[in-house]
Design a protein around this ligand. Structure first.
Ligand SMILES: [Ca+2]
Length: 249
């Protein structure tokens, strides 16, 4: 979208340099709602001391039509470059959807509903939707006993499908344990762990973000790790999304 935005601005500048002929090599065009309703578009060039109104409504409509066509063409070119890629997120509302387990810690996932509240834990999951990863929970279906636990004993990992990093930020909900050496979420790029997060020793999940601008264009995956049976050693997780796309390994 950044490139699209830059192209949009560049096109706008070039168009009004030609169309409005203000004699400036670098022209900045400001589009405001007042401009649309009023006399036209305010064009302010490097050599201009004052803002001037040069375009009437018909020219504005023509300009917008050409801009829209240009953007549509640009979007088609971007799509053609990446025919199999699509924006994606992982929220567990339809199951694990390609996530792969090792060990037994995640055998009962995803968890249905706010299971901690169902057993009066006093720490609501605050999950997205109905389904989430509750590392200590044992409610893998709507029919299962509300509030049931598997506890901290089982260990294992749960790895996401591969995705492509396409922007600067990945976001997710995380909760559960707080010893990052034992329980955590990892971002893995080219078989290397490049980011890690854990909970705050509370079942309630909160939104966290990873700055991934250094990995744009790289293939990655998220792995949930539970390497301990100690107290509060489980990880809660949900709603992984942000600047990622799926469909290509
Ligand atoms: Ca969810």
């Amino acid at each position: 979208m950044i490139n699209t935005g830059i192209s949009f601005i560049a096109f706008l500048a070039i168009f009004f340099t030609f169309k409005c002929d203000v004699g400036a090599t670098n022209v900045r065009a400001n589009l405001t709602s007042q401009s649309y309703k009023g006399k036209g578009i305010v064009v302010e060039g490097n050599n201009c001391k004052k803002k001037v109104y040069l375009c009437h409504d018909k020219e504005i409509k023509t300009a917008l039509s050409q801009i829209q066509k240009s953007l549509a063409s640009l979007e088609e070119k971007i799509s053609a470059m990446h025919p199999n890629r699509r924006a994606c997120k992982f929220d567990f509302e339809t199951g694990l959807s390609g996530w792969k387990r090792t060990g037994t810690a995640f055998n009962n996932q995803p968890t249905y509903g706010d299971n901690p509240t169902a057993r009066k834990r006093g720490q609501p999951a605050k999950q997205q939707g109905d389904w989430w990863i509750g590392g200590a929970e044992n409610r893998p279906s709507k029919a299962a006993t509300p509030g049931a636990l598997q506890g901290d004993g089982p260990q294992g990992t749960l790895a996401s499908p591969f995705f492509k990093i396409v922007g600067k930020r990945i976001s997710f909900l995380i909760g559960g344990g707080c010893d990052i050496k034992k329980v955590r979420a990892e971002l893995i790029v080219d078989h290397q762990v490049v980011k890690r997060s854990t909970g705050s020793c509370n079942e309630t999940m909160s939104r966290k973000f990873w700055d991934v601008h250094a990995f744009v264009g790289r293939t990655a995956q998220v792995k949930l790790v539970d390497h301990s049976s100690d107290g509060f050693c489980h990880i809660n997780f949900d709603d992984l999304g942000g600047d990622i796309s799926c469909g290509q390994k």
